[in-house]
Design a protein around this ligand. Sequence first.
Ligand code: EPU
Length: 300
Amino acid sequence: MALKVAPGPKLSERTTLRLGGRAQAEIVVTSPEDADSLGAELARHGASPLVLGWGSNLLAVDEELDLVVVSLEPADPVLLEPAACCAGQEGGKVTVRASGGLMLPKLVNWAAKLGLSGLEGLAGIPGTVGGAVAMNAGSYGRETAELLTRVRIWDLRGGMRWIGPAQWNTGYRRFAPDGGLWPWLALEAEMTLTASSPERVRALVDANLARKKATQPVSTATCGCVFKNPEGLSAGKILDELGFKGKSLGGMCFSPMHANFLVNEGRGTAKAALDLIAKAREAVKAAYGVELELEVRVVR
Ligand code: EPU
């Protein structure tokens, strides 16, 4: 196996917000072992790397980008311990390994079919496993990092290695490998799930999906929540109170369904998105004295 190098993709075609200009090139890591040669390949290109998963938490500017996209090819999830699942072992712990490039919903479905519980809270999060690890993605009180036992990472300083919970720091939408040097990649993740029944796991997954569908604009072009919730407050609620729900500018708007979701109405631009974000931050600062922190990552 070797790294694959492809022409630079347009980020508007690779991000869920459908914004962003063309990158210089794309390096595709086709198997974790390839990561060994990533440092040399990145040096050859010169431009800064952008690690790209599902592109669901990115707001990329519309100009040509002096960036090299690094992406991971997915592999199927594997049951490590015990090697076969799981009838009659209800409550037993099960270790699984998932590729960083795998779509999180595929992992959630795979676990539901096998009756493995633990991932239900992450149902409906549009991301890759690597993206979910890197952002410590979460919903309904559950976070990705809670499940992780080991993560195989690569970074420029330390190369490829497995790290465990003693070697990372996590917080709200934050996962930081000790001494990790940006950029770093989550190549593979191992996690502990609990044997349950397919019916029970499926019911919880479906309930969370229904709740998301009822409260979030899941089928439109968004980048999820734009702002982190400030300590003890809900960014969506504050923005709603201040009249930002449905507020539109240059083809972008705050969702009429949930005020913390930025939506591309079709012909939106990154400039309009950033202008709307600035207006929202100003209004919240004036009304609450709170500086809203971006949850979405701006790519420029
Ligand atoms: N609310 C309003 N108006 C709005 C939006 C929300 O009044 O326009 C109220 C809701 O009624 C609720 C409260 O604000 O009482 C909180 O809203 P919600 O339950 O939708 O949760 P959230 O805090 O806005 C967080 C995460 C979401 C995650 C949901 C479900 C952040 C920034 N957001 O949203 O994560 O899906 O909880 O667990 O932490 C993301 O990270 O991109 C994301 C979407």
